[in-house]
Design a protein around this ligand. Sequence first.
Ligand SMILES: *Cc1c(COP(=O)(O)O)cnc(C)c1O
Ligand code: SF4
Length: 350
Amino acid sequence: MPEIAASTPSSAIPRCRRDGIGSASWQQELRGAVREPEELCELLELPPEIAAEARRAARDFPLFAPRPYLNQIEHGNPHDPLLRQILPLDAEQAPAAGFNADPVGDLAALRAQGLLQKYHGRALLITTGACAVHCRYCFRRHFPYAESQSPRLASAWQPAIDAIAADVSLREVILSGGDPLVLVDSLLADLADRLAAIPHLSRLRIHTRLPIMIPQRIDDALLDWLGGTRLAPIMVIHANHPNELRGPAAAAIGRLVNAGIPVLNQSVLLRGVNDDADVLAELCERLVNLRAMPYYLHQLDRVAGAAHFEVAVEEGLRLMAELRRRLPGYAVPRYVREVAGEPFKTPLDR
Ligand SMILES: *Cc1c(COP(=O)(O)O)cnc(C)c1O
Ligand code: SF4
C-alpha cells in the first residue's frame, strides 16, 4: 500500500495556515496532512459516527489527506465527491467476488527493483511508495512496496536505471509510485539527469496527484529541472471531479502549461463521485479551459476494498456516449480498462 509520507504529527503544524493566511511549504503540507478521522470530521463539520466508522475502516489502509484538498470539500456534506475519495467506509471491509490484492498484474511485470514494464517502449519507475493522499479506490493499496524494494535513496535506483540503459527499445520512462512528487527536487533532478544520459530515451513522464492535492508543489525548483531536461516532459495528473480544479490547483496547472509542459489528466470512473454526465462533462471542459487535456477515463481496477466504487461498464459506455454528444472530440477521454497481460490499456468504447 502507499506509505504515509512523513511521520511528523499534524499538531506540529501551525494552525493559522488553515485559514489560508500562512504560507506553508509543500513539505509542511505533506507532513501536516490529516490522519485522524476525528480531526477530519471536526474540520469538515461531520458527525462523530462518521469518524467512528472511518476509524474502524482505516485499519488496513490509513486515512491520509492533505489540507489544501480538504479546503475544497463542502462542510457538513458526507456525500461530497471529494470527501468520498478519502474517507474510509465500512464498505471497504466487505468481501467482494472478483476483487483481489493485485488486480492489474503488477507483480508479474517487475523487471528490476522498482521497475515495471507492461507496454512497448515505456517503463514505469516506482520512485517511492509514498503518496500525498490515500485514495480509497487505489489499485496499489495492497502493493508490497517494501518487498519490491521501491527505491528511496538515489543509489537504490541504479538497478532500474541499468535495466533501462540496457534496453534500447525504451523511449520513455514514467516516474510513478506512490507519487514521485513527494520526493525532493534535488533527488528528482539527479534522477532526470541520469535518465537523460541514456541516449535511446526521448521522453520523461510524471504521474502525480500533487498538483491537485498540494498545489504549491508546482514551484520554481520543480519547473527548473523538469523544464530543463533534454527529455521531452509530460505530466499526467489525476483529477476525478471538477471541484478538484478550482483555485490553487487550477493555478498550479497554469504554471505547468506556461512552462511548456504538456499536462494530461486521467480519471477513474467512481460511483458517487463522477458517475454522472454533467459532472464528467464539466470535468473535461474545465481541464481543457485550463489547457490540460483529458487522457484516460479508467474503469475501476478490481482491487479488494474498492467494490463500492464500481460503476458497471454499460453505465460507463452510456456516459461516454453522452460526453461525445456534448463535447468537442479533443475533450473526450479514452474509456479504458487495464487487463493483466494485455499489451495496452484496453479501450472499452470502440
Ligand atoms: C498504465 C501504465 C503505463 C502507461 O500507459 P500509457 O497507455 O502509455 O499511458 C505504462 N506502464 C505501466 C506499467 C502502466 O501500468
Ligand atoms: S495518488 Fe495514486 S497511487 Fe497514490 S493513493 Fe491515490 S490513486 Fe493510489
